[in-house]
Design a protein around this ligand. Structure first.
Ligand SMILES: [Fe+2]
Length: 170
């Protein structure tokens, strides 16, 4: 499944920091935090959807496992959005993904096989990881330490979640 996050135009991206009165490097940081929160919201929605719709002999273990993952994602998303507010931006990332997720549902997300669901989550996590790594590399000296620490912590968490998801693929 194509990740809607990668399709955002520059206008879309600047809209993610809309409402903010900050400029320059901080505005760039707000934009990337909102983009990442946006992608995390998609991950949260899909993880919850797959938590409900996995089936077969692995149902119970995957149902419980994905319960832990969506609760972790909710905390990560909340922390990301609150960081946007702490540095003076406007946080509204989930609004965009509600529409994307709704479009995704039209493609019958719930009809994917269990392995396709897990693989889809792995792809979504990889997108967040790649975006975070690129931003950290390009803006090494421009990010405030509190935000950098949050991004690195999130990166580690997404990597761990990806490893755990992959371990469920047969
Ligand atoms: Fe549940």
């Amino acid at each position: 499944m194509t990740n809607e996050f990668l399709k955002l135009s520059n206008d879309d991206k600047s809209a993610l920091s809309e409402g903010s009165t900050i400029h320059g490097e901080k505005a760039q940081t707000v934009t990337i935090l909102n983009e990442l929160a946006d992608a995390q919201f998609m991950l949260l929605g899909k993880t919850l959807c797959y938590h409900w719709n996995v089936s077969g002999p692995r149902f119970h273990s995957l149902h419980v496992f994905l319960d832990g993952q969506y609760n972790a994602l909710l905390k990560m998303l909340d922390t990301m959005a609150e960081r946007v507010k702490i540095i003076g931006g406007a946080a509204f990332a989930p609004m965009r993904q509600l529409e994307s997720f709704s479009n995704g549902r039209k493609h019958d997300l719930e009809k994917l096989s269990t392995n396709e669901m897990i693989s889809d989550l792995v792809r979504e996590h990889h997108t967040v990881i790649a975006t975070t790594e690129n931003f950290l590399k390009k803006n090494d000296s421009k990010i405030d330490p509190g935000t950098e620490d949050l991004l690195v912590a999130n990166l580690r968490e997404h990597q761990k979640m990806t490893w755990m998801l992959k371990s469920h693929l047969s």
